[in-house]
Design a protein around this ligand. Structure first.
Ligand SMILES: [Fe+2]
Ligand SMILES: [Fe+2]
Length: 357
């Protein structure tokens, strides 16, 4: 028998009390082992304390879409969002303490389906990015037309120039126009840089539960893209596809971050908390955005070393982007991808310099 204090809405509490009769003893907050706080909807939480001194399960009658964002601020040990069977309710109580690591399967399944639904409803890419994604290397004329359009957009142009003038591209003099840039670096480089810029908006949110900022995460994606493009060229792969895979590899985090209830270190933590990972969510987002299958597969596998050379390039590019000083990693890459280490080190030097600016 468990001692439970029933808090919140009296009528809803009575429903749970009768459901638990025979298994629980209703008691006061001082004598209780756990609390069950019953509310009708997420709005009712406003009047409730944010911290409870005993493990507390939230029982919410109406399935409210705002719930996820509101409950982040509370320290609940479990959440029941819909009508629940006695069996599941007891199972839920028995998993306390530490609901984050012991969430029952049903609850994770519900959460996962909500996350997938949000990924399915991701806003489309900006029009310019949609147009660029459709182009191949042979579409020089269309690419030039798009670049002409970009030139008329002050915002994008100045961002392109800022990225191009970063030490990575190792240009001897400062570039001040898009025309100059496309002459020196080629239209494809401009295309890829514009793609990076066009997804920046999606990263403008709070990523503190990933222990990073939106800007850092976007910068990491761009770095990974540039490294992947470089390695891709060396490995005789399509460098644009490599770039895109690097750029998009962590895009799942832009949706998943809204569902994390505490800080995470890696995708295993994501899985425990949400039932899914940023790789899986990225695959949903990328298919919505019409990105091709090979890229989606590489993104799905970017935390596992596979035998596929394209996937390997993305895997190592992500690793390099995280560990730019890891000599052992460079040695491994040299052997695995059979590329000259000098080229790799010189590109990383530019990266490192740019980080210290
Ligand atoms: Fe990742
Ligand atoms: Fe990453």
């Amino acid at each position: 028998m468990i001692n439970i204090a029933f808090l919140g809405n009296k009528y809803i509490s009575d429903e749970i009390k009768s459901l638990l009769s025979g298994d629980a003893i209703p008691t006061t907050t001082t004598k209780a082992d756990i609390f069950i706080l019953s509310v009708d909807s997420a709005n009712d939480l406003i009047n409730q304390p944010k911290r409870f001194d005993k493990p507390t399960i939230l029982y919410i009658k109406k399935n409210d879409p705002n719930l996820i964002s509101i409950i982040k601020n509370y320290n609940f040990s479990g959440i029941l969002t819909a009508s629940i069977s006695k069996e599941n309710l007891i199972k839920k109580i028995m998993t306390i303490p530490g609901m984050e690591s012991n969430k029952n399967i049903d609850e994770l399944e519900i959460l996962k389906s909500k996350i997938l639904a949000k990924a399915e409803n991701i806003p489309p890419l900006p029009v310019v990015a949609q147009e660029l994604l459709k182009l191949t290397r042979s579409d020089e004329t269309s690419l030039k037309l798009i670049i002409e359009k970009i030139k008329t957009d002050q915002g994008i142009s100045s961002k392109v120039l800022k990225l191009i003038n970063s030490p990575f591209y190792a240009l001897r003099k400062e570039i001040s126009s898009i025309d100059q840039a496309s002459m020196l670096l080629g239209t494809t480089t401009i295309k890829n840089i514009v793609l990076s810029i066009s997804i920046e908006e999606f990263y403008k949110k709070n990523f503190s539960l990933y222990k990073t900022t939106g800007n850092e995460l976007w910068q990491h994606s761009h770095d990974t893209a540039v490294i992947a493009e470089f390695l891709g060229k060396k490995c005789k792969l399509d460098p644009d596809a490599c770039y895109l895979s690097g750029l998009m590899h962590d895009v799942g985090k832009i949706v998943l971050v809204d569902f994390l209830l505490k800080e995470v270190d890696d995708y295993n933590d994501e899985k425990k908390l949400t039932g899914t990972t940023h790789q899986e969510i990225a695959s949903v987002i990328l298919s919505k955005w019409g990105v091709n299958k090979d890229i989606i597969n590489a993104v799905l596998e970017h935390h596992n070393l596979s035998d596929n050379i394209f996937e390997k390039v993305l895997y190592y590019s992500n690793q390099i982007s995280h560990n730019m000083n890891d000599e052992g990693l460079f040695e491994t890459i040299k052997k695995e991808l059979k590329i000259k280490i000098d080229d790799l080190l010189s590109i990383l030097e530019h990266f490192r310099d740019s980080k210290h600016e």
